[in-house]
Write a protein that binds this ligand. Structure first.
Ligand code: FES
Length: 315
C-alpha cells in the first residue's frame, strides 16, 4: 500500500459509544460505532490516522475521581476538538467499530472517561497520513513508547491481515509497569520476553517489554532493549521495516538507529493540533528539504506518520 492510499473521504460524523472501559488505573479503551457515510469513511482508515473528537459536551467526572495533579486544569473549557488515533478498526457488515486507547491526562481525556454506551460523539476524520505496508519487506519491527501503543496495535492487526507471511516482533517500553497502557497483570508482564502482551499475542506476535525502573521486563529504555535484540537477530536490513510511535526522544533514537543500519523506518510524530486539517499551521514538523534546506511539513496532513529519514530532530 502506498501513502497515497491513505487519503480517502473525510467528514464530520456522529458516532455512537458502544463501551468505555478502564483497562489499567489511568488508561481506557473507548469503542465507538459508525454507520452510513461515517462507516464508509472509517472502513478505509489506515493505522496511524486519527480523528478530531469534540468533547465539549461531555461531563467531567465527579471531583473525587479527578486526579490531584489535574484538579486545576480539569475545569478548563474544551472548545477545541482533540486528536485521537485508533488502536483497532473493525468492519462488520455495514457498521464500523473504532477503538481508541487513551489516558486520562488532561481536561479533554478526563471528560472522555465519562462517556457511556449509547452516548453520541461528533468527530472529524479520518485525518492525516498513516503507516504504509511495504510489500517487499519480510520483517516488521514495532517499537512502542508509552501511549504510542494504540496505533501500533492497529498496525499489528493490519499486518496480520495484509501480510500474513511477514515476521513481526513488538517492543514496548515505559517508565514503569504502571505506565504501560496494556490490559494485563504485572506478573504476566514480568516475564519480559515472549507473548506477554495480549494486544500483540492475539495476532501471534511476540513482544518484549522494557521499563526504565525495571518494574517489568528489561530494565532500561525500550530503544536499548531493541538494539540488543537487533544485535542478535541477524536481520537483513533491506528486508526489514520499523514502525515506531512514542515520545519524540524515543523516535529520534529510533531514527538514528534506522539510519545507521539502513533499515526503512516509519515514525508517528506528535504535535499540538488545533484544527487537524491543515489550516491553522499549529503542527509544524521540520523536515529535510531539497538542497539541504529545512522544509516545514504539517503533522496533521503530511503526517502524523513520516519516513524517519526526512524528520529533523533537535538535540
Ligand atoms: Fe491545524 Fe495542523 S493542526 S494545520
Amino acid at each position: 500500500m502506498s501513502a497515497q492510499d491513505n487519503k480517502q473521504a473525510r467528514g464530520v460524523f456522529t458516532a455512537k459509544v458502544r463501551s468505555n472501559r478502564k483497562i489499567w488505573p489511568s488508561f481506557y479503551k473507548l469503542l465507538i460505532e459508525f454507520s452510513g457515510d461515517g462507516a464508509e469513511a472509517f472502513a478505509r482508515c489506515r493505522p496511524g490516522q486519527f480523528a478530531q473528537f469534540d468533547l465539549s459536551g461531555a461531563a467531567l467526572p465527579p471531583d473525587e475521581a479527578i486526579p490531584v495533579d489535574l484538579a486545576d486544569s480539569a475545569h478548563r473549557s474544551v472548545l477545541l476538538r482533540r486528536p485521537f488515533s485508533f488502536s483497532d478498526v473493525t468492519v462488520k457488515n455495514s457498521v464500523v467499530f473504532v477503538e481508541v486507547l487513551y489516558g486520562a491526562v488532561g481536561p479533554c481525556s478526563l471528560r472522555m472517561t465519562t462517556l457511556k454506551a449509547a452516548d453520541s460523539i461528533t468527530v472529524i476524520g479520518p485525518l492525516g497520513t498513516g503507516f504504509s505496508v511495504p510489500q517487499a519487506k519480510k520483517t516488521a519491527l514495532l517499537v512502542v513508547g508509552g501511549m504510542g501503543a494504540g496505533p501500533l496495535e492497529h498496525v499489528a492487526k493490519v499486518l496480520t491481515e495484509e501480510r500474513p507471511d511477514m515476521q513481526v516482533q513488538a517492543f514496548a517500553g515505559a517508565n514503569s509497569a504502571e505506565a504501560l497502557p496494556f490490559e494485563r497483570r504485572l506478573d504476566e508482564l514480568s516475564q519480559g520476553v515472549g507473548f506477554s502482551l495480549a494486544e500483540f499475542a492475539r495476532f501471534g506476535i511476540e513482544s518484549q517489554v522494557a521499563t526504565d525502573d525495571g518494574s517489568a521486563g528489561y530494565r532500561g529504555l525500550v530503544t536499548d532493549c531493541f538494539v540488543e535484540w537487533l544485535e542478535q537477530a541477524h536481520l537483513e536490513a533491506k528486508d526489514a521495516v520499523i514502525f515506531a510511535c512514542g515520545p519524540e526522544a524515543m523516535l529520534a533514537r529510533i531514527a538514528e538507529l534506522a539510519r545507521n543500519r539502513n533499515i526503512d523506518c516509519q515514525i508517528s510524530m506528535e504535535r499540538r493540533m488545533a484544527c487537524g486539517i491543515g489550516v491553522c499551521q499549529s503542527c509544524v514538523v521540520e523536515c529535510r528539504g531539497e538542497n539541504g534546506e529545512s522544509a516545514y511539513k504539517l503533522c496533521c496532513k503530511d503526517g502524523p506518520v513520516f519516513n524517519s529519514s526526512e524528520v529533523i530532530f533537535k538535540p
